[in-house]
Design a protein around this ligand. Structure first.
Ligand SMILES: Nc1nc2c([nH]c(=O)n2[C@H]2C[C@H](O)[C@@H](COP(=O)(O)OP(=O)(O)OP(=O)(O)O)O2)c(=O)[nH]1
Ligand SMILES: [Mg+2]
Length: 128
């Protein structure tokens, strides 16, 4: 039987200084030690924009008001295959806060290029 590939939604949130919101994956998480843009797994039957809005609220306390799809890719990690949906967040309300206790910061494109991110992020970061 075919197994559905896990859908992941990811938000690139940019501030007025052209910095992007990132957090550190930790502990037992897949890809611990890598930085990431906020996001996570879409639930069964949940559309991707709803999932993105939910993840941004849960992880960083932002209310999503607009987003555009940047890139969609299926990526095979050593141990799993994910369908990643990268969105450029075009509107949001609120100030970001680390609602899950994760290290959270704003980083310039130059800093993003120097920090460790999952391999799946390479093309999106290159496009910024
Ligand atoms: N959030 C996020 N995940 C990424 C990025 N790049 C990348 O390969 N991933 C991978 C890591 C994870 O395997 C998956 C995201 O799932 P997640 O672990 O954040 O899931 P979740 O927020 O729903 O958390 P959980 O409830 O399962 O703990 O996508 C990225 O930039 N941001
Ligand atoms: Mg997550």
């Amino acid at each position: 039987m075919a197994v559905a590939i896990q859908r992941i939604v990811i938000g690139l949130v940019r501030n007025s200084q052209d910095q992007y919101l990132i957090s550190l994956r930790r502990g037992e998480q897949h890809l611990a030690g890598k930085w990431e843009f906020p996001g996570g797994k879409a639930e069964a039957g949940e559309d991707e924009l709803s999932a993105l809005a939910r993840e941004l609220e849960e992880e960083v306390g932002l209310e999503l008001t607009g987003a555009e799809l940047m890139e969609r890719k299926v990526f095979e990690f050593d141990d799993r295959t994910l369908a990643l949906h990268f969105y450029r967040v075009t509107g949001y309300r609120g100030q970001p806060r680390a609602r899950e206790g994760q290290p959270l910061k704003w980083a310039s494109v130059e800093e993003l290029r120097a920090l460790p991110f999952p391999k799946a992020n390479d093309s999106v970061i290159a496009a910024l």
